[in-house]
Design a protein around this ligand. Structure first.
Ligand code: URP
Ligand code: ZN
Ligand code: ZN
Length: 466
């Protein structure tokens, strides 16, 4: 099977030129002006933008969340189809170790969840919840034999996912020695739980207390601590879902002294703010996620971090729960609301609008933060994250002018299996027209034309430190 994309305006994190792209089977084999080839299918790009398929490094499909084990509502099928609609051709989800059990068992469970379901390519980070000396060898096996090269830990969620500083150090040292990457959910969960206890004892149980009980300082403290431990242990560290200026300041300070510390932020922290918790009734529950939404002024600081290269990537932390049937479990008590919100489908359009159209970042930076940097940091580059001979033909033919209004009711902006959209009513400019995954058109004319199960598991290499 071959595909020729004629007269493309190719933009990557570093390139900007017009050419044809010839794809054989799954790979780009030729790029050039007026290529003298024919193909099974020819797409006339007519100078439309062609950019690398997006890589979303922070996804939670089919995730049992918290002590109550409520499962996130997108599985690997509905979630990857929604991702494809949003121009995402690679996702990295998180296999999660059960405390006291093997990480290899966790990987097997997550393979079962994903196998035969994915519409685009996928990989797994490994969430570590405990790690004694005897189990440390699993890390080497995961890295060398299973292509799992990044390991996530939490200083949030005590009693569920939280790990202590000793475990952090032990895992970081091993991962650092083996050339892997640490990913951290950095918040001081121990102190936050105390603040939560105080609030509940005073009858403060509405959704807005979720944000009030999680101060930005407690995110900053954990970012500082985790980076310091990683520095001593000799591991590169990637802080997931950074939400605020306080935490970003700690990341910048570490980077300024040369530490291999990286940061991800998410669309929710760039476009939403704590006022969403003050909506009528129980509406605020839709935005109960961790870290919480922050005061609006933080948004420009995060954009600055992206522009200046202190933050490297955008992940969505896509973790949807139905408002009517899942979020409502916490109607009387915000601590029971499952944490997370949907977003995988809307990241590209939101970022193009808020970033490129509103002139906060360049088009190259847009490609870098939505695709290239994550591919590099998580061992997928240059197979993913760029347009080059030999790379997988993961491409988005992108219309930078077309506008849409994001809505749960709009069949062009919402395919996620959840009954609300966190960006309801947002006007976006710039949407994917055609999405190609490994040489195969998967979305065209607003329709999914791919196949669930075609997505392939990605054995990842060591990170390229950007
Ligand atoms: O609220 C969130 N972020 N839910 C998903 C789990 C996590 O903390 O990343
Ligand atoms: Zn997290
Ligand atoms: Zn997450």
């Amino acid at each position: 099977m071959s595909l020729l994309i004629r007269d493309a305006h190719i933009v990557t994190a570093v390139d900007d030129y017009y050419a044809d792209i010839f794809i054989e089977n799954e790979t780009i084999t030729l790029i050039g002006k007026d290529l003298p080839v024919t193909a099974d299918r020819i797409i006339e790009a007519e100078q439309r933008l062609v950019i690398p398929g997006c890589v979303d490094p922070h996804i939670h499909f089919d995730l049992p969340f918290g002590k109550e084990g409520i499962v996130s509502s997108d599985d690997f099928q509905s979630g990857t189809i929604a991702a494809a609609h949003g121009g995402v051709t690679t996702i990295i989800d998180f296999a999660t170790q059960q405390p006291g059990r093997s990480t290899l068992e966790a990987l097997e469970i997550w393979h079962e969840k994903a196998s035969g379901k994915c519409a685009v390519d996928y990989g797994f980070h490994m969430i570590i919840t405990d790690m004694d000396e005897q189990r440390l060898s699993e890390i080497r096996y995961l890295m060398h034999d299973e292509g799992v090269t990044s390991f996530k830990m939490f200083t949030a969620y005590p009693g569920v996912l939280y790990v202590d500083d000793g475990t952090l150090y032990r895992v970081m040292k091993e991962v650092g020695e083996l050339g892997g990457m640490i990913a951290m959910h950095a918040e001081n969960g121990i102190v936050i739980d105390e603040i939560v206890k105080e609030a509940r004892s005073q009858g403060k149980k509405a959704p807005r207390w979720h944000a009030i009980t999680r101060p930005t300082r407690m995110e900053a403290e954990a970012v500082h601590r985790c980076i310091s431990i990683a520095e001593v242990a000799g591991a590169p560290i990637y802080i997931v879902h950074m939400s605020c200026a306080d935490a970003l300041e700690e990341l910048c300070r570490a980077r300024d002294r040369g530490v291999a510390a990286y940061g991800e932020t998410c669309p929710q922290y760039l476009f939403l703010d704590e006022s969403y918790y003050r909506q009528e009734g129980f509406e605020g529950a839709k935005y109960v996620m961790t870290p919480a939404l922050r005061e609006k002024w933080n948004q420009e600081e995060l954009w600055r971090g992206l522009r200046m290269g202190d933050l490297q990537t955008i992940g969505t932390d896509h973790c949807p729960f139905f408002f009517e049937t899942q979020k409502t479990i916490g109607r009387e008590d915000f601590t029971r609301i499952p944490n997370g919100a949907p977003g995988v489908e809307n990241r590209m359009a939101l970022l193009f609008t808020g970033g490129v159209v509103e002139e906060r970042i360049s088009l190259h930076k847009f490609v870098e933060i939505t695709s290239t940097a994550a591919a590099k940091l998580f061992g997928l580059f240059p197979r993913k994250g760029t347009i080059a001979v030999g790379s997988d033909a993961d491409l988005v033919i992108f219309d930078p002018q077309r506008t849409e209004t994001i809505s749960v009711e709009n069949p062009l902006t919402h395919h996620m299996n959840v009954d609300y959209n966190a960006y309801e009513g947002f006007e976006v400019q710039g949407v994917p027209d055609i999405v190609i995954s490994r040489g195969s058109v998967v979305v065209e004319n607003g329709q999914f034309v791919g196949r669930a199960g075609r997505g392939r598991y990605l054995e990842r290499s060591q990170p390229v430190l950007v």
